[in-house]
Ligand binder design. Structure first.
Ligand code: PGA
Length: 253
């Protein structure tokens, strides 16, 4: 069975409420008007906007997710938000292990794995991000780094139905410098091969593997046409309705 593409918007720390709600309503109505599109759509706003965005997207089929969660269910963790709270607020997904979290908050694979496990335990789908830095790529370590992050971050309860992998080369995030379709496909194929080793060929074929890093309306179709690229995790281009919708609408059949 063909994997259904997932077009996911990572809003990062952008949008006040009025702008976020307007963006979400526009995405929701365009997605709904398209009937039963052949791709899934997801918006991941900042925590504080989640309830408003859940309301704005209600009934459209566009899912809402968060950009991070804590590994514990509750307790003395000032400033943190648990996966159970996200589920309670109407989220269907949570992103974990984004490179900005790994770098700015010193998140290790072990922490990412614990957060992913919490997301699954709370009933969310998780998007686990991995990716090499430019220095690692230049040193010829791309496949090794991604392999290590993949296995280090995947929780035991992962299945193709509840877990999505996002390959995001750090040097391509927010830089306007996209991985070429061939560069991305090489890593995606390695990820699928590793998933095959871990879960068997049938399950590995069902896992969705997203590409992220300066994906936009212009370069998306070529990336999404690659054998093992099953969608996008989109930052900057997800903040403009036309650009975000164009990624999905232009995706190969
Ligand atoms: P970008 O961000 O599309 O702005 O490069 C992608 C991401 O970090 O998820």
């Amino acid at each position: 069975m063909a994997r259904r593409k997932l077009i996911a918007g990572n809003w990062k720390m952008n949008c006040l409420k009025a702008d976020g709600v307007a963006l979400a309503k526009a995405v929701a109505s365009r997605y709904k008007a398209a009937g039963q599109p052949r791709y899934d759509m997801l918006m991941c706003p900042p925590f504080v906007l989640i309830p408003a965005i859940v309301e704005a997207a209600a009934g459209s089929g566009v899912a809402v997710g968060a950009q991070d969660c804590h590994a514990q269910e509750k307790g003395a963790h000032t400033g943190d938000t648990s996966a159970w709270m996200l589920k309670d607020a109407g989220c269907g997904y949570v992103i974990v292990g984004h490179s900005e979290r790994r770098t700015n908050h010193a998140e290790t694979d072990e922490i990412v794995k614990a957060k992913a496990a919490a997301g699954l335990a709370a009933g969310l789908k998780v998007i686990i991000c991995i990716g090499e830095t430019l220095a690692e790529r230049d040193a010829g370590q791309t496949l090794d780094v991604n392999r290590r992050q993949l296995h280090g971050s995947l929780p035991d309860a992962a299945t193709p139905a509840n877990t999505v992998i996002a390959y995001e080369p750090v040097w391509a995030i927010g830089t306007g410098r996209t991985a070429s379709p061939e560069q991305a496909q090489e890593v995606h194929a390695m990820i699928r091969a590793e998933l095959t080793g871990r879960y068997g060929a049938a399950a590995a074929q069902e896992y969705r593997i997203l590409y992220g890093g300066s994906m936009n309306a212009k370069n998306a179709a070529e990336l999404l046409a690659q054998t093992d690229i099953d969608g996008g995790l989109i930052g900057g281009a997800a903040l403009k309705v036309d650009d975000f919708m164009a990624v999905g609408e232009g995706s190969p059949k």
